[in-house]
Design a protein around this ligand. Structure first.
Ligand SMILES: NCc1[nH]cc(CCC(=O)O)c1CC(=O)O
Length: 315
């Protein structure tokens, strides 16, 4: 990084990714740092017809950006934190975490209906390719039918409009960033659906050795409260081993007493078993709380459920 040259920010090319990268660009500009965007397509963008969990690669949305960082083609990369694997490649660091928008999932009803999540008819069809969303929907209502859908947010909404499904689940944050908050029928309460690790937050990666840039990002786009919460969530995910590949979720936040509260969930794919728990700890115990909560859920039966899923799908 030189003082005069604008920073080169790497981003995927989807509307959501570009919105997020521009948001970081604006924040840097407020601190007098100019930057340019470099669009980089990832395997996750190119393979649109296969559920992410079936690609079987945690870094499906990040590998090409990592390559560009290590090759020096970009200085930093902006990601949905949800899409960042718990272990980053050697030489790359999560330098800063941007302020979180809503962490929750949204129920989006078919445009020809007015149904909310709570009054879905018996046997209703809901689309999502996320194992976490699927498992928790079925744990809540075993009569629902869950069908897969992929593609970026706009194409999924089009697919829903043309389908005979009752609705679909998408992240509140992505819909609101794309100015499509109007399609949200129900913000799904966390007692029905624990959000994905990192959902609603942005992660900015750079080269580990680029200490000047790391300091700059910490001083400009980093949000401490979000960082504390996602530290706990990512430590949960590390202990569970597997982000989008397994049906788990974790959501951490600060309470009024300034403690960290983390909810975690591990569920069977068909919703027949579901394990949930919560921990409340001092802020300096965020990392430990995440992995201890994960360990508890594994111990009470989660490990068995996850082992069954891993061997049946990937062997
Ligand atoms: N898996 C794709 C993805 N990655 C981040 C978001 C939304 C924004 C966010 O969670 O920060 C989405 C879309 C969705 O899950 O509906």
């Amino acid at each position: 990084m030189s003082d005069s040259a604008p920073l080169v920010i790497g981003t995927r090319g989807s509307a959501l990714a570009l919105w997020q990268a521009r948001r970081i660009q604006q924040q840097l500009r407020r601190h007098d740092h100019d930057s340019t965007l470099q669009r980089i397509s990832t395997r996750g963008d190119r393979v649109q017809d296969v559920p992410i969990s079936e690609i079987g690669d945690e870094s499906v949305f990040t590998k090409e950006l990592d390559r560009a960082l290590l090759d020096g083609r970009i200085d930093c990369a902006v990601h949905s934190l949800k899409d960042l694997p718990s272990r980053l490649p050697s030489g790359i660091v999560l330098a800063a975490v941007g302020q979180r928008a809503s962490p929750f999932d949204a129920f989006v009803g078919h445009p020809d209906t007015t149904t909310t999540l709570q009054d879905l008819p018996q046997g209703a069809v809901v689309a999502t390719a996320s194992l976490r969303r699927r498992a928790q929907l079925l744990a809540w209502r075993s009569d629902l039918t869950v069908v897969p859908v992929r593609g970026n947010v706009d194409s999924r909404l089009e697919t829903l409009a043309e389908s005979d499904w009752h609705g679909m689940v998408l992240a509140v944050a992505g819909l609101e960033r794309l100015d499509r908050g109007d399609v949200i029928r129900t913000v799904i309460p966390h007692d029905i659906m624990v959000p994905a690790v990192g959902q609603g937050a942005l992660g900015i990666t750079c080269r580990t050795e680029d200490s000047a840039l790391r300091t700059l990002l910490r001083g400009t786009v980093h949000d401490l409260e979000t960082a504390t919460a996602v530290t706990a969530e990512r430590s949960f995910m590390k202990r569970i081993e597997g982000g989008c590949q397994v049906p788990t979720g974790a959501w951490a936040r600060l309470n009024a007493a300034h403690q960290l509260v983390i909810d975690g969930c591990v569920a069977a794919l068909d919703g027949s078993e579901s394990f949930r728990d919560r921990r409340t700890v001092p802020l300096d115990k965020a990392r430990a709380a995440g992995s201890e909560l994960a360990q508890d859920l594994l111990d009470v039966g989660g490990a068995e459920v996850l082992d069954g899923i891993r061997t049946s799908e990937f062997s």
